[in-house]
Ligand binder design. Structure first.
Ligand code: SF4
Length: 362
C-alpha cells in the first residue's frame, strides 16, 4: 500500500513538467527538508532554495559586534538565546565574554531582578514569532518597574524581505513555501502582494515532511495553471487574520523601522524598534558606544545563500575551514542555518543517510 508521502512525491513528479525554483523561507523548513532527505527524492528540475528565515543568520555583523563591545563593559550582563553565542563577530564571538544563555525573554527579566547592580541586556533577535513574547516582557518590566533591564532590538519582519526578493531581478523564485510559525502571528493577509502584484504563489506550510510535500504540490499546481494565490496548508494552526492579540501587543511596544540584514543591506520597513513610550528600554539610549567598522568574514557567502542566489556547497569554505565546530559565518552556527543543515544531513550528496531512512519509511 502506498503511503501519503509516496503518493505526494508521485504527484509532484507528474507536475514537474518545467523547471521551477521554490524558496522555503523559514529555517525550520530548511532543517526539516534536509533531515528527511527530501531533496534527493524530488524531480531534478524542481529546486528548493533556502531563504532569509533564520534569525541568527540575518542579524548583521554590527549588531553582534555591538553586543560583544557591550559585554566588555563591567556593569553590563548580556543575556541571549544560545544560538547567538558562537556567531563570529569581526574580531571574536560573544562566547569569549561569557554571556548568560536564557531560554525565554522572561528568564532575562528574572536575571535582571536577581542582579540589581548590573544592567541586564537581552539581545532581541527574531521574527514576528518571537517579538510578541519580547513585547510582553517589556510590558512586564514596565509594570514591575525593573530599572536595569534593557533590550538590544534587532528584530526582522518577513513580508518586507519577501518583497525585496520578489522585486529583485537577480533572484529567480516561482513560489514561496511560507513560514508556519511567523504566519501563526501575522496570518496570510500580509503575503497577498506576492500573488496580486508579483504573480508568485505562496503556501503557508507546516513543518512535517508531509506538510512540506503538500505545500510543494499546491505551489506547483498554481504555477502550472497560472493562478497564483496565498494558500494556508497549515490550517490546524494558521488563520488568515493571524493572532490579533499578539499583533496588538507587538505594535504597542514596537514600531516599524528600516533594518539592515546580513549580506543583503537595508530593507525598508523590515525591522522593529521600541516605540517612544518604551524607548528607555533600548540599550543604545544609555550606551552610545563608538564602534570600529564591522567586517563580514572573508569568503563567507551567507548573504547570497540567504537570498537563494547560492547554495551552501557553492561556498569554498564549506566543510573545509567552516564546520559547525569552527564556524566562519552564522549560517553554519545556527540550528536553523542552511549551511549547518547541509553539513549535518549532507543534503545535496545524492541519497544520503537521511534520505535512505526517509525512503524506507515511504
Ligand atoms: S559555509 Fe560557512 S563561510 Fe560558507 S557561507 Fe556557509 S557559513 Fe558562510
Amino acid at each position: 500500500m502506498k503511503t501519503i508521502a509516496s503518493k505526494l512525491i508521485e504527484a509532484i513528479e507528474k507536475h514537474a513538467t518545467t523547471r521551477m525554483n521554490l524558496m522555503e523561507v523559514c529555517g525550520t523548513h530548511t532543517m526539516s527538508i534536509a533531515k528527511s532527505g527530501m531533496r534527493s527524492m524530488l524531480p531534478e528540475n524542481l529546486r528548493l532554495l533556502s531563504g532569509p528565515g533564520c534569525p541568527v543568520c540575518v542579524t548583521p555583523q554590527e549588531t553582534i559586534d555591538y553586543a560583544i563591545e557591550l559585554a566588555h563593559e563591567k556593569d553590563i550582563m548580556i543575556t541571549t538565546f544560545g544560538d547567538m553565542v558562537r556567531v563570529p563577530g569581526t574580531r571574536n564571538s560573544l562566547e569569549a565574554s561569557s554571556p548568560k544563555i536564557v531560554y525565554s525573554p522572561l528568564d532575562a527579566l528574572s536575571v535582571a531582578a536577581e542582579n540589581p547592580e548590573k544592567d541586564v541586556v537581552f539581545m532581541g533577535i527574531g521574527f514576528e514569532t518571537t517579538s510578541p513574547t519580547i513585547a510582553a516582557t517589556i510590558f512586564a518590566a514596565e509594570k514591575k518597574k525593573v530599572k536595569n533591564f534593557y533590550l538590544l532590538p534587532a528584530f526582522k519582519l518577513i513580508p518586507p524581505a519577501l518583497r525585496f526578493i520578489a522585486d529583485s531581478t537577480d533572484i529567480n523564485v516561482q513560489g514561496f513555501i511560507l513560514p508556519g510559525h511567523v504566519s501563526t502571528i501575522i496570518g496570510s493577509e500580509p503575503y497577498e502582494f506576492l500573488a496580486q502584484k508579483h504573480h508568485i504563489p505562496g503556501c503557508i506550510t507546516g513543518f512535517e515532511p508531509i506538510d512540506i510535500l503538500q505545500g510543494i504540490l499546491i505551489l506547483m499546481k498554481q504555477i502550472i495553471e497560472g493562478k497564483p494565490s496565498i494558500t494556508i496548508e497549515y490550517e490546524r494552526v494558521v488563520k488568515p487574520e493571524g493572532n490579533r492579540k499578539a499583533l496588538e501587543l507587538l505594535y504597542k511596544v514596537f514600531e516599524v523601522c528600516d533594518s539592515r540584514w546580513r549580506g543583503i543591506g537595508v530593507i525598508p520597513e523590515s525591522g522593529l524598534r521600541l516605540s517612544p513610550a518604551f524607548a528607555r528600554f533600548d540599550v543604545r539610549s544609555k550606551y552610545d558606544i563608538e564602534m570600529p567598522r564591522s567586517v563580514e568574514p572573508k569568503g563567507c557567502i551567507c548573504g547570497q545563500v540567504l537570498l537563494g542566489l547560492k547554495m551552501p556547497l557553492d561556498c569554498a569554505l564549506f566543510s573545509k575551514t567552516c564546520t559547525p565546530m569552527t564556524p566562519v559565518g552564522p549560517c553554519m552556527v545556527s540550528s536553523e542555518g542552511s549551511c549547518a543543515a547541509y553539513f549535518k544531513y549532507g543534503a545535496t550528496k545524492g541519497l544520503t543517510e537521511g534520505s535512505k531512512r526517509a525512503k524506507r519509511r515511504l
